[in-house]
Write a protein that binds this ligand. Structure first.
Ligand SMILES: [Zn+2]
Length: 122
């Protein structure tokens, strides 16, 4: 393996196979491809579980909450439309970032040769 960690994460983040960078890593929004259609690397056994949701929530909260506080301080908009717009912004960002973070998580797990069924010692 000669590619850098940044390359692996970038390929996953843009939805590409971590090995070849050409095939897709996800289908049907969040399902992991059984194998890359270009290089035939097996990917479907990798289980990202809650990692992508955690990373997405972390990123979205750090954008939307400061943004909402800034808008509220600057313009004091009516509460109903303000809350609706804030929720719409948060849901839009989640919809965009969730597959990106899932791709990056699967790519990182692929690089570390993790499958997601590893057990921690008792
Ligand atoms: Zn591939």
């Amino acid at each position: 393996m000669t590619q850098s960690l940044a390359t692996t994460l970038y390929r996953g983040f843009i939805g590409r196979c971590p090995r070849c960078g050409q095939g897709r890593v996800l289908f049907a929004y969040l399902r992991v491809m059984p194998e890359c259609l270009i290089c035939h690397e097996r990917l479907g056994h990798i289980r990202a579980d809650d990692g992508p949701a955690y990373f997405t929530l972390f990123a979205v909260a750090h954008v939307v909450v400061p943004g909402a506080l800034w808008v509220e301080q600057a313009w004091s908009p009516p509460m109903g439309p303000f809350v609706a717009a804030t929720m719409a912004a948060a849901l839009t960002l989640i919809g965009i970032l969730l597959p990106a973070f899932k791709g990056a998580t699967v790519a990182l797990m692929w690089r570390l040769r993790l499958k997601g069924d590893e057990h921690q010692g008792d």
